[in-house]
Design a protein around this ligand. Structure first.
Ligand SMILES: CC(C)(COP(=O)(O)OP(=O)(O)OC[C@H]1O[C@@H](n2cnc3c(N)ncnc32)[C@H](O)[C@@H]1OP(=O)(O)O)[C@@H](O)C(=O)NCCC(=O)NCCS
Length: 146
């Protein structure tokens, strides 16, 4: 099994949407035109990177990064991580770990002082992030907007 971690391109959009449907199975699928318009916005956004883990031509996992320029901490930036998912049939093969290593490498190359994420409230997800070198150092707060 050859895992290649690379930036997502427009041709990966169906694969990404399929992974997102595994991440959030209760969400209605995005209409194609809407998904294409959002992809165009993402592609233009400075500091935004969606990575995919490509396994022999299949989009098996993904994560989404945003680098936020920052005026504290000596002006070092912050890298935020969202939408981490590995397709169920590819889990426990090191793909998630590869994606998180890529997050840290990207953060280092962009002079970020931290990589930050909110973990789902599942014990195995916490085990995963800890195995990837992350620590539960802060309490997350979230307010959904209806
Ligand atoms: C969490 C997730 C991304 C992990 O991806 P993955 O590719 O399976 O993870 P890896 O194979 O790289 O695992 C790395 C380490 O994390 C830990 N880990 C991963 N999945 C685990 C599980 N189900 N149970 C216990 N430990 C686990 C292990 O220590 C593992 O190392 P090991 O396999 O050598 O024991 C994946 O399970 C997933 O997509 N889950 C559904 C979506 C989700 O919850 N995303 C996170 C939202 S915050």
């Amino acid at each position: 099994m050859k895992i290649t971690v690379r930036s997502a391109s427009e041709t990966d959009l169906p694969g990404l949407l399929s992974l997102y449907s595994e991440l959030n199975p209760d969400d209605a699928p995005l209409p194609e035109a809407h998904a294409n318009a959002i992809w165009a916005d993402i592609s233009r956004q400075h500091g935004r990177t969606i990575l995919v883990a490509d396994v022999d031509g299949t989009v098996a996992g993904t994560t989404d990064f945003l680098i936020m320029p920052n005026l504290t901490r000596g002006g070092r930036a912050i890298l935020f991580v969202e939408n981490v998912v590995v397709s169920s049939s590819f889990q426990r093969r090191g793909i998630g770990r590869r994606l998180m290593e890529a997050a840290v490498q990207l953060g280092q190359s962009a002079n970020c002082y931290k990589v930050q994420l909110l973990a789902a409230d599942d014990e195995y997800v916490h085990t995963f992030y800890e195995a990837c070198g992350f620590k539960a150092l802060a309490q997350g707060f979230r307010r959904y907007i209806p």
